[in-house]
Design a protein around this ligand. Structure first.
Ligand SMILES: O=C(CO)[C@H](O)[C@H](O)COP(=O)(O)O
Length: 263
């Protein structure tokens, strides 16, 4: 059954399973968005079922909330939980300092709010997302419709302050229509190629009115749970230490994957 997963999907599953070690009974847990986070949600439900533990979950998107609810995980809002113990989320790119580009699923606004409301953020990801310098993944920018062309002008000036004034900026579309976030806003993607100073760019973009949120997560992630396409799972700490993961979670992989792939 495990052979039914592509190498990348298996890496996403293994990275998510590595993060389960950080999930403990009674925790208030932020749940990320995307295909890797979907594995995590299924694995958290499995861990709760097997070990009889319970966690209160704050989802970062409507899609994640619906999946978590379908698996019986208790949901709450940030208003109800206050500070979360941990958020676990995917990424589109990460660098050696564990800075991230997120928002490929257009959820980076809620993802950043939830991560910044958490004591720790653990990132789950596969080898295709590792990068010596951020910028190969186009930077997602959630913007208001109102005054969008003026906002794009301000974004251009912020990019130019970082030597990135020539970047192509395009509105994200799907099936001929603008992509909408859960907040109903539009998403622009800035094709930067390489970001010389991600923290300085984040600060410059933070000052742009009309830009609701950008996808740079600077200094927020504390650990990466990572798996390569050969199926090796590792953790990567902020100081760059890499440790092989040995699974000791009681999960019956074949049975779990058979159920997970059914629905
Ligand atoms: O930031 C995100 C959504 O806004 C996701 O975490 C990111 O796009 C990674 O997605 P996937 O796990 O499907 O590769």
């Amino acid at each position: 059954m495990t052979n039914a997963l592509s190498p990348q999907d298996r890496a996403k599953y293994l990275a998510s399973r590595a993060a389960l070690a950080d999930v403990t009974d009674g925790m208030k847990l932020g749940l990320g968005t995307g295909s890797t986070a979907a594995w995590l949600v299924k694995l958290v439900a499995e861990k709760c079922r097997i070990h009889g533990i319970s966690v209160t979950c704050v989802p970062t998107s409507e899609a994640t909330g619906a999946l978590a609810q379908s698996l019986g995980l208790p949901l709450a809002t940030l208003e109800e939980t206050g500070t979360l113990d941990l958020t676990i989320d995917g990424t589109d790119e990460f660098d050696p300092a564990l800075n991230l580009i997120k928002g490929g699923g257009a959820a980076h606004l809620r993802e950043k709010i939830v991560a910044l409301s958490s004591r720790r953020m653990v990132v789950i990801t596969d080898a295709t997302k590792e990068s010596p310098q951020l910028g190969s993944f186009p930077l997602p920018l959630e913007v208001l419709d109102f005054g969008m062309s003026a906002t794009v002008g301000h974004i251009r000036r912020a990019l130019a302050s970082q030597g990135l004034g020539d970047a192509k900026i395009e509105q994200r579309m799907k099936n001929g229509a603008p992509v909408r976030t859960d907040e109903g806003n539009a998403v622009l993607d800035a094709h930067l190629g390489a970001i010389p100073d991600p923290a300085a760019l984040a600060s410059a973009l933070d000052g742009v009115t009309g830009l609701v949120e950008h996808g740079l997560f600077i200094g927020i992630a504390g650990k990466i749970c990572f798996a390569d396409l050969e199926g090796n799972a590792l953790t990567i700490d902020k100081d760059g230490t890499r440790q092989q993961v040995v699974f000791n979670d009681g999960i019956d992989e074949d049975a779990f994957l058979a159920r997970a792939q059914k629905g």
